[in-house]
Design a protein around this ligand. Structure first.
Ligand SMILES: [Zn+2]
Ligand SMILES: [Zn+2]
Ligand SMILES: [Zn+2]
Length: 155
């Protein structure tokens, strides 16, 4: 799945400079391989796989690819998206998005973010019932985007 939905809006205009800034702010150095990865990420746009990033960055070792992705997640410049087939993708986080979730098109792979997260009651109930100290959660919603619905309707 390439995830190129055609004409989908990219709501996160993230530049290499911004990614570098986030890394520096997190106390990380910008090495040459990292710089190369950041420009690959920028070129790949809305979302990408680790494999795709490695392929787009010849000369950068796989360990560096994964370590850099992890760092970018730590500084909240990049987040993980799980597609409905279990494929893991990475996505640039819109500036200051904070805690958020994704709604993913199961046909073209388009991803949109949403920040409303009204599940505190559920989590509290779950913690009470299971005795867990709940640290985090992940929520992805799947469906057909409006462009795909339109296309399918025309067919
Ligand atoms: Zn996200
Ligand atoms: Zn779609
Ligand atoms: Zn949430």
């Amino acid at each position: 799945m390439t995830g190129s939905g055609g004409g989908q809006t990219i709501d996160s205009m993230v530049t290499t400079d911004l990614l570098e800034h986030e890394l520096l702010r997190g106390g990380h150095r910008i090495t040459e391989p990292r710089r190369r990865l950041l420009s690959s990420i920028q070129a790949m746009g809305d979302h990408f796989t680790a494999e795709g990033l490695a392929a787009a960055s010849p000369g950068v070792g796989r360990a560096t690819v994964f370590r850099t992705l992890k760092l970018l997640q730590e500084v909240e410049a990049v987040c993980q998206v799980v597609l409905d087939d279990g494929t893991l993708q990475y996505r640039l986080t819109p500036n200051n998005a904070g805690h958020h979730h994704h709604i993913v098109c199961s046909r073209c792979g388009a991803v949109n973010d949403f920040a409303s997260c009204d599940i505190q009651g559920l989590l509290a109930e779950l913690a009470r019932r299971t005795g867990y100290d709940i640290e985090t959660h992940r929520l992805e919603v799947y469906g057909r985007c409006s462009e795909c619905r339109e296309e399918l309707g025309r067919a």
